[in-house]
Design a binder for this molecule. Structure first.
Ligand SMILES: *[C@@H]1O[C@H](CO)[C@@H](O)[C@H](O)[C@H]1NC(C)=O
Length: 218
């Protein structure tokens, strides 16, 4: 009997955790919940504005035909279209980005804590990759050409690099209205206030002055 109860508990746990793994943003309880950006209410996501005040523009954005400005240290630019740009995306669990890459442009290693990403190359070619979690840290990498599609699983560190001879353009869809971005280098070396150099030196197994030098770049 005790074993049966235990097995049942284990099965329920497996069910609930596999359900958790499938979920992206929580599912809808209504047709839409257009973000009321003026509201002082704080909830997980954004509060809904009154349905009578919802207009077609709440579901609209124009501008992804425009190239991003890649004149920066990384040589890349991300134009995001998430709930910040389209209030109607609130609670819908999807968003988009356009990414432009100069030649040698890099979208540096980063993660989206709340989102899987599916990316397609519209112009040029990209070397892309992601790394699995500990302890394996297996690196999956591939060169993508125009029309190719690649997936970066939720939460994993990933990047895109343009080794091609022309600029590159990609569009990516993300499984959250607000995927979030953690850029590894910025989070570790550019934290404000800084993470102590002895902490980073020990983590990266390098001298403290090497860490100080890298921190000074941010
Ligand atoms: C692109 O960004 C650079 C660096 O910030 C700036 O000097 C330049 O004017 C920008 N170009 C356009 C077209 O906005």
């Amino acid at each position: 009997m005790a074993i049966r109860v235990l097995l049942l508990a284990a099965a329920l746990l497996a069910l609930s955790s596999s359900h958790g793994a499938i979920a992206s943003d929580p599912s809808l309880l209504q047709d839409f919940c257009v973000a009321d950006k003026m509201s002082q209410v704080r909830v997980n996501g954004l509060p809904c504005k009154a349905a009578k005040d919802v207009v077609v523009e709440d579901f609209f954005f124009s501008g992804l035909h425009m190239p991003g400005n890649t004149t920066n240290k990384q040589g890349s630019a991300v134009t995001a279209v998430n709930v910040a740009q389209i209030g109607g995306l609130n609670t819908l669990g999807v968003s988009l980005v356009r990414i432009d890459y100069a030649t040698n442009g890099l979208n540096p290693p980063h993660t989206h804590p709340r989102s899987t990403e599916i990316l397609t190359v519209l112009e040029g070619s990209l070397e892309v990759g992601f790394v699995t979690s500990n302890p394996d840290n297996k690196h999956f990498t591939k060169v993508l050409n125009k029309g190719d599609v690649f997936v970066f699983p939720k939460g994993l560190v990933h990047y895109q690099f343009n080794r091609g001879t022309t600029h590159a353009i990609a569009i990516a869809a993300l499984s959250s209205q607000n995927p979030g971005v953690i850029t590894m280098a910025n989070a570790v070396f550019g934290a404000k206030p800084s993470i102590s150099d002895d902490v980073i030196a020990k983590a990266f197994q390098v001298e403290k002055n090497t860490v100080d030098w890298i921190q000074a770049q941010f």
